[in-house]
Design a protein around this ligand. Structure first.
Ligand code: HEC
Length: 128
């Protein structure tokens, strides 16, 4: 067995629980419940404010981020953003990342005054 095959098999094993929850099998629609769980586990720490008074490190996420393009969001989640956000491609497989994207795309954008203000520059971002 080649190393690549081994890694693939290992990744497939990790994917089993996600598939199991998805009664329709791997080809079925993304599993929103799994996406939500993974999001809360891995993204909320930076992208959700736990309390009204707490800070948030990353921007609030919703269906409007990145122009609502699922493939672009999957890219960002997989590879991260240098210096700012970790990539998740070694932690989650494509099915899981798709589920996270699908969950984010159920979220409505925050009200205007809660919009994120900055990338690295600190300037106001009115584009999302
Ligand atoms: C360590 C903190 C951290 C974690 C964990 C994290 N992110 Fe991020 N993320 C950021 C920051 C900071 C940015 C903004 C980077 C920038 O604009 O320069 C960002 C940006 C993004 C963007 C692009 C938003 C936009 O409109 O430009 C998406 C999409 C995103 N994150 C999704 C996720 C998802 C999904 C997860 C969980 C799998 C996640 N992030 C986990 C910190 C984090």
């Amino acid at each position: 067995m080649t190393r690549t095959t081994g890694v693939f098999l290992f990744a497939s094993l990790l994917a089993l629980p996600a598939f199991a929850q998805n009664a329709g099998g791997p080809a079925a629609k993304p599993d929103l419940a799994a996406g939500r769980q993974l999001y809360e586990q891995s993204c909320g720490v930076c992208h959700t404010k736990p309390l009204i008074t707490s800070g948030r490190f990353g921007p609030a996420l919703s269906k409007e981020n990145l122009g609502g393009q699922a493939d672009v969001m999957a890219e960002v989640i997989s590879n991260g953003i240098p210096q700012r956000m970790p990539g998740f491609k070694h932690q989650y497989n494509a099915t899981q990342i798709r589920a996270i994207v699908a969950y984010v795309q159920t979220l409505d954008p925050p009200p205007p005054d809660a919009k994120p203000t900055a990338r690295t520059t600190g300037e106001r971002r009115d584009d999302n």
